[in-house]
Design a protein around this ligand. Structure first.
Ligand SMILES: Cc1cc2nc3c(=O)[nH]c(=O)nc-3n(C[C@H](O)[C@H](O)[C@H](O)COP(=O)(O)OP(=O)(O)OC[C@H]3O[C@@H](n4cnc5c(N)ncnc54)[C@H](O)[C@@H]3O)c2cc1C
Length: 471
């Protein structure tokens, strides 16, 4: 059995059901669906060579395995596994800034708050997750939307080198000049090619940021969507702007509330770009100048059942209103015992963000500023539908509602000519066909890369979790 072989080689780095290290790993998932799975053992590598040796030990034995970062995926089985081996990467936490400050090397088991805190005294930062508890490992290989997206593209666009452990047990680098096909494939290709052990990431100069938070009654939604669409569609998108319109629905009170997170990545009090948003009558409104680590230092999220689903479309007030009506009509009638919080949001994906990949070696997401469907070329909104609940008997009804709402939004977007195929890996539900949404050329490219670096399809067949590249 793989666990015995791992225990013989790695001793106490391997833990079994009932042991403290095993329980800690299980408790650190944000989703109950992940935590309910029971790996035969959990192994915690402490260096890149450990990861390579673990793969070499597991693969010949025929055991399935999972790769876990900081456990923020919603679907059961994405970063955990029943009966197999879970490789918990969270002890790979090295951080090292190059002498010239241009590149930071990040152990793949780090979380973003540790990266931001480490970099802050050097007055540089990287484009990573907005919630500091999120793992670098998962966010990077799925794309990554940050406060800095308009300046720095997807988080993955900033990776100048991936150190990767392949299915063969070989540890290699993937960058512009070495294994450059794998370098591009890992920028959005998920866990389909190997286990990333280190991310070397380009930094940029960064001081304090400006954070505007407003809350509105749902009756103000049309004005809020107008303000959002005007920012999202601006041909000269302000590169310091990062706006998310977040809407919460509580199934018990049957109330929606709008919370807007309007970040400006310069220390400008009350930045004028948000004037229209701030002028809308609000329940509360605040602006502060703060540091990135202070703002990203969220507390850990309590473990609950989770749902994720995502779509992409062109920004317009009328379609956002239609989307809201779909959410409301679908979620309002659900009387979930124990309650469910629906958390739905819109985020801008401006042209300046999608264009960035062209300067940095490309990614496989299939979004380009040159794309267009003739209606609203080049502008995108990513929509996230998520839900949290605690009563397992409600899971089916909630998941069905989430899927139904997503399908209705996608089909309405298509019929209005405002829909995009792209589905964002890090916000999508396990039932979505994410890799296919990158387009046929990217899928073919990914298949070629997989064949070259993982000819036996270990990372599709023996690592069942995550969005898999089709055969
Ligand atoms: C509270 C919260 C806030 C979020 N904020 C943002 C945000 O601001 N921007 C954004 O873009 N996304 C955000 N997300 C989504 C987030 O990017 C994904 O959930 C991401 O997968 C989390 O990575 P993780 O390492 O924590 O998760 P995990 O569940 O541990 O891993 C997710 C997937 O990545 C794979 N993986 C992990 N590490 C590696 C590795 N080293 N090599 C290869 N594969 C690996 C796993 O196998 C798994 O399939 C957020 C999610 C939550 C819950």
């Amino acid at each position: 059995m793989a666990c015995d072989a791992l225990a013989a080689a790695f001793g106490q780095q391997v833990s079994y059901p009932g042991q403290l290290a095993y329980n800690q790993s299980q408790a650190s998932f944000t989703s109950t669906q992940e935590a309910l799975l029971s790996p035969a053992c959990v192994i915690r590598p402490t260096c890149a060579q450990d990861v390579a040796s673990i793969i070499s030990t597991i693969v010949p034995g025929g055991c399935d395995f999972a790769v876990k970062g900081h456990g923020h995926a919603a679907d059961g089985g994405f970063a955990n596994i029943d009966d197999g081996v879970t490789i918990d990467m969270t002890s790979l936490t090295m951080l090292s800034l190059s002498d010239d400050g241009a590149v930071v090397s990040i152990g793949a088991g780090s979380k973003w708050i540790d990266v931001y805190t480490y970099l802050d005294p050097y007055n540089v930062q990287v484009a990573g997750g907005r919630n500091g508890q999120v793992g670098v490992g998962g966010l990077m290989v799925g794309g990554g939307i940050s406060h800095f997206s308009a300046r720095a593209g997807w988080s993955c666009d900033n990776v100048v080198n991936f150190e990767v452990a392949l299915a063969s047990g070989e540890l290699i680098n993937a960058n512009k000049s070495q294994n450059s096909d794998l370098w591009r494939a890992l920028k959005g290709g998920g866990n389909n090619f190997g286990i990333v052990t280190r991310y070397d990431v380009a930094t940029f100069a960064q001081g304090d940021i400006s954070v505007t938070l407003t809350m509105n009654d749902v009756s103000q939604r049309s004005a809020v969507f107008d303000a959002f669409a005007n920012i999202a569609n601006a041909p000269d998108f302000d590169p310091y702007t990062a706006l998310a319109v977040e809407m919460y629905f509580n199934s018990t009170s049957k109330l929606w509330i709008i919370a807007n997170e309007a970040v400006y990545t310069q220390p400008v009090p009350n930045p004028p770009v948000y004037d229209e948003l701030v002028a809308i009558p609000s329940i509360s409104s605040s602006n502060k100048i703060t540091t990135l680590p202070a703002y990203a230092n969220s507390s850990a999220i309590p473990q609950t059942y989770w749902l994720y689903a995502s779509a992409t479309f062109a920004p317009s007030t009328s379609f956002m209103l239609e989307t809201f009506d779909i959410w409301n009509n679908t979620f309002f009638p659900i009387e979930a015992a124990g309650g469910v919080i629906w958390f739905c949001h819109f985020e801008t994906v401006p042209t300046v963000m999608t264009a960035y990949a062209d300067e940095t070696g490309g990614n496989v997401l299939g979004l380009s500023p040159k794309d267009g469907n003739g209606v609203a070329p080049r502008y995108y909104i990513v929509m996230l539908i998520s839900a949290f609940w605690t009563d397992p008997t409600q899971t089916q009804a909630i998941q069905d509602a989430g899927k139904t709402a997503l399908e209705k939004v996608r089909s309405a977007a298509k019929s209005k000519g405002v829909g995009w195929e792209f589905q964002y890996l890090n916000y999508a539900g396990g039932f979505q066909d994410v890799i296919k949404s990158y387009g046929p050329e990217n899928v073919e490219f990914l298949k070629k890369v997989s064949k070259k670096y993982d000819p036996d399809r270990v990372f599709q067949e023996r690592v069942p979790g995550g969005f898999k590249l089709p055969a």
